[in-house]
Structure formats: C-alpha cells, structure tokens
Design a protein around this ligand. Structure first.
Ligand SMILES: Cc1cc2nc3c(=O)[nH]c(=O)nc-3n(C[C@H](O)[C@H](O)[C@H](O)COP(=O)(O)O)c2cc1C
Length: 144
C-alpha cells in the first residue's frame, strides 16, 4: 500500500549545510531502492519532512529517523494511505530556508505565518504542512 508520512522535529545543534548534505546523500543512496520519494525542509531550527512510498518501507525509514540523534522531539503530522504521490520528483529534496529567494520567503511567511523574529513557522496540521511542502517543492527555491 502506498502511503505518505509527514513529521516535524527539532534540530539538534550544531547543524549546518554539510549535515544537510550528508542526510541528502544517505537519502539518494537509500530511498530509491525502497521506492521512497519526498522533501525535507529546515527552517527556524525545525525539520519538516514528507516521505511517500510503500507503507512498510516508510515505517522502516521512520523507525530509523527516530533513532537519529541529529534531531529530537519527532511529532507525527500525518500518516495516510494515498492513491498517488504528490512528491515524486526526488529521492529527498532538501530545502533550507536560507537558500530560498526573498520573494519566496515573503510569499511563504504571508501564507503560513512567521514567529516573532519574522522567520517562517512550520505548520503542524496535515493540510497546511502538505501545502507548504508542495509550494516549496514546486518552486524555484534558489535565490539569486
Ligand atoms: C531530519 C532527517 C531526515 C533524514 N531523512 C532520511 C531519508 O529520507 N533517507 C535516509 O536514508 N536517511 C535519512 N536520514 C538519515 C538517517 O537517519 C540515517 O542516518 C541514514 O539512513 C543512515 O544511512 P546509511 O545506513 O546508508 O549510512 C535523515 C536524518 C535526519 C536527521
């Protein structure tokens, strides 16, 4: 059965681009053979990740992630059966807030809200989380 899992977690510092790169390298290695695709977003010391694929493989990956000390306080946002994928373009597309264009950041903070420092808040409801991930996955995210 094909399913989609979305969760949020808190980054355990220190965390930099190299750490994101090594997560994405592991994803490139491991996700395609498991039929898993998705998007991993980081903003304001949080991760928001969506993964789609066969439910056993998604369960297995989520168990692996729960043991990864690079993040903590994992909170499941959605785990649901799906008819078809929404996020099928990437083994795991990594999106860092600092890599997004100003235009996209303004668009997203208007749509999804920001904290007191003006940083994008990551939604914790399934619909808004899916919508945000879909927006960033389907936009040219790299600023000039
Ligand atoms: C936020 C976060 C997201 C991750 N996403 C994935 C993923 O989609 N696929 C994956 O294989 N590993 C992912 N990892 C890394 C795994 O926890 C684990 O380190 C990795 O799968 C080990 O791969 P290896 O056995 O090939 O070395 C992620 C780690 C973090 C902290």
């Amino acid at each position: 059965m094909l399913c989609r899992l979305i969760y949020r977690s808190t980054v355990v510092p220190p965390f930099d681009f190299d750490d994101l790169r090594s997560i994405l390298a592991a994803s490139e290695r491991n996700n395609p053979p498991q039929g898993i695709t998705g998007v991993l977003m980081t903003a304001s010391m949080q991760f928001l990740q969506v993964m789609e694929g066969p439910s056993d493989n998604i369960n297995e990956l989520y168990r692996t992630l729960q043991r990864d000390t690079g993040h903590e306080h994992l909170r499941l946002v959605e785990f649901t059966a799906i008819q078809q994928r929404l996020f099928d373009g990437w083994a795991m597309r990594g999106v860092h807030r600092r890599l997004m264009s100003d235009e996209l950041t303004t668009f997203l903070t208007k749509k999804y809200g920001s904290d007191e420092s003006g940083h994008l808040t990551l939604p914790s409801t399934a619909f808004l989380a899916t919508s945000l991930l879909f927006d960033v996955a389907n936009t040219d995210i790299i600023g000039t």
